[in-house]
Design a protein around this ligand. Structure first.
Ligand SMILES: C[S@@+](CC[C@H](N)C(=O)[O-])C[C@H]1O[C@@H](n2cnc3c(N)ncnc32)[C@H](O)[C@@H]1O
Length: 260
């Protein structure tokens, strides 16, 4: 049996296993260092944009922040919901199924986080500005936007046209996942062709396929879009120690402040 999926439908069930190497605790430590360094007081309410299965949302909730998670994928939020009921959190987390180019909140928040190259999923001209304008709109004056992006170096030299295979140790018992990349330097779009095989109880496999696309942005493009939508760019960093970004990085961690 084979099914063509979209919006993370193919990989939501194996997503956390595949990304189990991401250190959300260290990342949240970095966010808290940013709060100390760039805000007058620690934010009470934080939006985790494109929250996926909620790894960062829950990490910050555990640390006492009131959290809202927004994501455009029903399947990813379903995983987040399942996880929420297994966790003992100091406060409930509000999850909203919304597109990050047109989301609505009830009021403003002190900080917005957006993790694991979610902004690279904004592929159409104008998408990035639409999203940044909304983030700016829903941030308190001087509130922080903390996000990361995959760098041009990663698209050109790491993703390129490479393929990866995840066996059951990486994506769950009985499962198997194939990830094939195709990066087009001219359009700066990178297609990920994903296939997941999940083992059924009777020993047969179900196959799910999905095509995802990320867009490569330069630092200058992101900075221009941030400035245009009312942000002051505080910095682009290579790591969680505030090392200035450089061309050989695979991921940049950016901090911007909403000027109002
Ligand atoms: C690589 S995952 C990152 C998820 C999560 N931030 C994490 O750290 O695991 C990218 C997420 O972006 C979401 N996404 C992509 N495009 C979106 C859009 N236009 N609006 C809302 N969410 C979107 C996907 O559903 C997915 O959950």
């Amino acid at each position: 049996m084979s099914k063509m999926c979209d919006n993370y439908g193919a990989i939501s069930a194996v997503y956390d296993k595949i990304n189990s190497n991401v250190d959300y605790s260290a990342w949240a430590d970095f966010f808290e260092k940013c709060f100390d360094k760039f805000l007058k007081e620690r934010p009470e309410l934080v939006l985790d944009l494109a929250c996926g299965t909620g790894s960062m949302t829950f990490e910050l909730a555990r640390r006492g922040y009131d959290m809202i998670g927004v994501d455009g994928s029903y399947d990813m939020l379903n995983e987040a919901y399942d996880r929420k009921f297994d966790l003992e959190l100091p406060r409930d987390v509000l999850f909203l199924l919304q597109d990050m180019r047109e989301f609505e909140l009830y009021g403003t928040v002190g900080a917005v986080t957006c993790c694991l190259d979610s902004l690279n999923y904004l592929t159409e001209d104008g998408d990035l500005e639409k999203c940044l304008s909304l983030v700016h709109n829903y941030l308190d004056p001087d509130g922080l936007f903390l996000f990361d992006i995959n760098t041009p170096n990663k698209f050109e030299n790491v993703y390129a046209s490479n393929s990866y295979v995840y066996e059951e140790d990486d994506c769950g018992e009985g499962n198997f996942c194939v990830w094939q990349n195709a990066y087009d330097k001219e359009s700066r779009l990178c297609d990920f062709s994903l296939t997941v095989f999940e083992k059924n109880e009777d020993g047969t496999y179900s196959r799910r396929d999905e095509l995802q696309t990320e867009r490569c942005y330069s630092e200058a493009e992101i900075e221009k879009a941030l400035t245009k939508t009312g942000f002051e760019v505080i910095g682009f960093y290579s790591d969680f120690d505030f090392t200035p970004a450089c061309d050989t990085d695979e991921r940049w961690y950016a901090v911007a402040r909403a000027k109002k």
